[in-house]
Design a protein around this ligand. Structure first.
Ligand SMILES: [Zn+2]
Length: 552
């Protein structure tokens, strides 16, 4: 018997570093005066999306954010998810969105505060007249922050090409300098994806992984996909970043290439098809239309191993600054039986058609365009006669849908009269339930789901818990702080007042459960006793009120 090896010839091939810069129009100046480092780059892999901009480190908050060129402020928003958000339209045809800001400057800051009291809402949005707030390159436009869903102080900067609406890599528009990168991307592992019924990798689990640090051997036959886990690095930071370009060649022929230059908001969720467990696939599912993925063979990037010989593979990774590295490996073609696939009684869903799934008390509609490839559903119904509804396993593992698809689950026992208290619950293997929303309609709960998994209907009658934090120092701090917690469906709305008058409460950082209100002398009379009231409502309409004394 012949024994074959897959060997990583890192020592031979090595990691080559090239430093060739791109020639693109450089029209933007940088948003900060200080030395810049990124905590996130364009297109890096995030949960259910590609990162749509650059994250600049700010080492603390309240750094002056400057305009990148000549243009005008085109939209002003305050949101729970991204804090203060500022959009600027520039004369060069690009628009930027600055997120997680701590505040605005000048007359905009004043106007937003007025608007919040006027609308009695922390979240406000305002589109000024074109050229109402013109900016020139270098003008201060905002204060950087850490607001909304943010893991640390930074500026998130998105650049959108006005003509197409595409997110583009902001690095392609900045003047040279300021960022330093001579470090190439590095791979952590390569994964094989033998195609069920068409390919096999000997002795392998479903997706065998090849480590890069030691020689290992693999023998394969039939149609095989490949994927690579890799990160990029930059000078002066310990962060890792997304890889700009990945190319795979077999015996010197390129079969796949990705170049992450641009993508649109409607494409970003396709990351769920392109990646698997952090590995970037070098083959493209038939329903995946991400434009920056290119396959150059007949099998959408899958490689057909049909000769008993070594196949020489090479991955080339590149970052935006032209630094690159290569990883070579060999897969030995060895004829071996390809196991037949028995889908049994599973439902077949097609990526290119409208699909229906029906079980007693449940219907699911998955329209065309919602799946990236055909899937055989492992569907099970757990009928518990004492429960509000049956529990439906739509598929045995989570499977992302491109957008919301309608799921209806029948209520079998109406344990609570108020239909507002029911919600569709996603059930995780540990038994924990999370709200998938839903509205009541003729004995059913109806919602849109973005992922196949296990679902049922549950009831939430438990109101949120409101806890005042360090109440005795509110007056001294000039700030009211509450901690909010909701056990089941989560907080949907909150409203605060001081002496019956609207008070702008906010959740400064949504990774932390604190809600705050700054005491403002221009809106509340300082001196003496006040009554603070906070009303919090969860997604099933359960409400709590906290009334507290304030001396200020
Ligand atoms: Zn970001």
């Amino acid at each position: 018997m012949r024994v074959f090896f897959i060997v990583f010839m890192l020592g031979i091939c090595g990691i080559k570093v090239q430093a060739q810069e791109k020639h693109t129009p450089t029209t933007f100046s940088w948003p900060f005066d200080f030395q810049l480092f990124l905590s996130g780059n364009f297109g890096e892999l995030r949960s259910n999306h590609l990162h749509s901009g650059l994250d600049f480190k700010t080492s603390g908050v309240n750094k002056v954010v400057r305009a990148l060129g000549d243009g005008y402020i085109s939209k002003i928003r305050v949101t729970n998810g991204s804090g203060y958000v500022l959009e600027v339209s520039y004369r060069n045809g690009y628009r930027t969105i600055n997120r997680h800001l701590n505040g605005f400057v000048g007359p905009i800051a004043e106007r937003v505060k007025e608007l919040q009291y006027e609308k009695e809402s922390w979240e406000v949005e305002w589109v000024p007249q074109m050229d109402e707030y013109p900016v020139k390159a270098g003008d201060p436009i905002a204060w950087s922050g850490n607001m909304g869903y943010s893991m640390g102080p930074h500026l998130h900067l998105e650049v959108i090409e006005e003509a197409t609406g595409d997110y583009v890599d902001p690095l392609s528009l900045f003047k040279k300098g300021s960022l330093m990168d001579t470090r190439p991307p590095r791979a952590e592992g390569i994964m094989l994806f033998p195609q069920m019924g068409y390919g096999v990798v000997e002795g392998a689990k479903q997706h065998p992984v090849i480590g890069l640090h030691r020689a290992s051997s693999v023998k394969a036959w039939g149609l095989i996909g490949f994927g690579i886990k890799a990160y990029d690095y930059m000078n002066g930071t310990n962060n890792h970043y997304g890889v700009y370009s990945v190319a795979l060649s077999v015996d010197g022929q390129e079969v796949f290439k990705s170049e992450l230059d641009r993508f649109s908001a409607s494409e970003t969720r396709m990351i769920n098809s392109w990646t698997y467990g952090g590995y970037m696939k070098s083959f493209i599912a038939p329903g995946n239309t991400l434009r920056f993925l290119q396959a150059y063979n007949a099998h959408r990037g899958l490689v057909e191993i049909n000769e008993e010989r070594p196949y020489h593979f090479c991955y080339t990774l590149k970052d935006y600054f032209g630094n690159s590295s290569q990883y070579r490996f060999i897969v030995q073609g060895l004829k071996q039986p390809i196991p037949a696939v028995d889908h049994g009684t599973k439902y077949a869903f097609g990526w290119n058609k409208i699909n229906y799934l029906q079980e007693p008390g449940m219907t699911l509609v998955v329209p065309k365009g919602m799946l990236y490839e055909d899937v055989w559903l492992d569907c099970k119904v757990k009928a518990d006669s004492g429960a509000v509804a049956f529990t439906y396993q739509l598929h045995d593992k989570p499977l992302a849908l491109h957008a919301g698809c309608e799921l209806k689950i029948g209520i079998r026992r109406k344990l609570v009269k108020d239909s507002l208290k029911y919600y569709v619950a996603r059930v995780w293997p540990n038994g924990r339930k999370y709200s998938a929303g839903g509205v009541y309609e003729n004995g059913f709960m109806k919602t849109l789901i973005r992922e196949l998994g296990t679902y049922t209907v549950a009831i939430d009658t438990v109101p949120p818990v409101i806890t005042p934090v360090s109440k005795s120092v509110w007056g001294r701090m000039g700030k009211i702080v509450y901690r909010l917690k909701d056990m089941e469906t989560g907080i949907a709305a909150f409203r605060g007042t001081i002496d019956g008058q609207y008070a702008p409460f906010k959740c400064p950082n949504t990774t932390r459960p604190y809600w705050e209100c700054d005491l403002d002398k221009r809106h509340f009379k300082k001196g003496g006793k006040h009554v603070v009231e906070l009303t919090v409502t969860d997604r099933c309409g359960n409400q709590s009120v906290s009334r507290d004394r304030l001396i200020w």
